[in-house]
Design a protein around this ligand. Structure first.
Ligand SMILES: [Zn+2]
Length: 111
């Protein structure tokens, strides 16, 4: 497996060979260059981090759902305060992750 990048539009492709045509901009196979060494490692690491962000987002959604049940249940002020805070902070973290991932996309950091 190798990583290939379209030199026209930056599209990244995984495969033994470059694709016949760029799926994004239609550039021919010759326009692809193989990415190796540090650049390839950086792409792998970026993908790993992206994956971690997605996992965290899933957990945070669960925290929000659980907190909502607690808020509905509303047993006493102490419990309510905890569930409200958990919900708020989980939502805030999810927003931070979303914003950070958008920054990465703009920089073209992701493969
Ligand atoms: Zn392209």
């Amino acid at each position: 497996m190798a990583i290939w990048r379209c030199t026209v539009c930056g599209y990244v492709f995984d495969g033994a060979e470059a694709p016949d045509k760029c799926p994004k901009c239609g550039a021919p196979k010759e326009k692809f260059e193989e990415i190796a060494g540090e650049a390839a490692e950086l792409i792998e690491r970026s993908r790993h981090t992206n994956d971690l962000h997605m996992k965290l987002t899933t957990f945070l959604r669960k925290v929000e759902w659980v907190s909502e049940s607690g808020i509905e249940d509303n047993l006493d002020p102490g419990c309510l305060a905890i569930f409200k805070k958990a919900k708020e902070q989980a939502a805030e973290l999810r927003q931070m992750i979303k914003a950070e991932l958008q920054t990465h996309m703009k920089k073209g950091k992701w493969g």
